[in-house]
Design a protein around this ligand. Structure first.
Ligand SMILES: C[S@@+](CC[C@H](N)C(=O)[O-])C[C@H]1O[C@@H](n2cnc3c(N)ncnc32)[C@H](O)[C@@H]1O
Length: 194
């Protein structure tokens, strides 16, 4: 039986959209595990989940103490399929290719002037047939974002950025944050055409 590493280390379960996406994404050709990137991994709740499913995971965050904690878990558990690195996503300088890139509730903390470049870099570094998962806060006329996030999507903006990709899942549903704030979230699982 697989040990639940998230609860062993006091981490929340993986983001529900990561769990849902993994039900759709094949692990790659002939079921070989593909390379996955967790953008803004914090202390690794999604990275550990992906690792346990057999993905080869690169986990990046600009918070060195979060990466340090994840590295300690990796070392204690002798995990050989997660590479955790300090990286500023604003640089948009990914150089490796991935079959799956997950970026859950992270874009809203980036420099707004860099988000287009970050998305373009994610798209470029996704293998044909590979997937991008994005969950990000929105601010719309109907539901102005009540949180002071640096970046939020406008209506339809994320779908527009992924024109030419297959939108496997896309919605801009109203959600409630743990503090009770109501706002829309853009939720997208997109597949790059082969
Ligand atoms: C709300 S947490 C989300 C963590 C994780 N993706 C999840 O679903 O639980 C946002 C994360 O983005 C990271 N972050 C914010 N700005 C960043 C940047 N410029 N580069 C890399 N990581 C960043 C933060 O350190 C934090 O760990």
């Amino acid at each position: 039986m697989t040990v639940d590493l998230n609860s062993r280390y006091g981490l929340n379960p993986a983001h529900s959209e990561v769990v849902e996406a993994c039900k759709i994404i094949e692990l790659g050709k002939a079921n070989e595990p593909c390379n996955a990137l967790d953008m803004g991994c914090s202390n690794g709740r999604n990275a550990l989940y992906l690792s346990q499913l057999g993905f080869n995971v690169t986990a990046v965050d600009n918070n060195p103490s979060a990466i340090h904690m994840l590295q300690q878990i990796i070392s204690e558990e002798n995990i050989d399929n997660i590479q955790a690195q300090v990286y500023d996503i604003n640089n948009a300088s990914l150089t490796k290719d991935f079959g799956f890139i997950a970026c859950t509730v992270t874009l809203m903390f980036l420099d707004p002037s860099r988000v287009n470049a970050v998305i373009a870099n994610m798209q470029e570094r996704t293998l044909p047939g590979g997937y991008n998962l994005i969950v990000c806060a929105m601010s719309t006329a109907a539901h102005p974002c009540p949180m002071p996030f640096r970046f939020t999507f406008k209506e339809g903006q994320l779908a527009e950025a992924y024109q030419g990709w297959e939108l496997v899942k896309y919605n801009e549903d109203l959600g409630t944050m743990h503090n009770g704030a109501q706002l829309q979230f853009a939720t997208m699982l997109a597949r790059k055409t082969e």
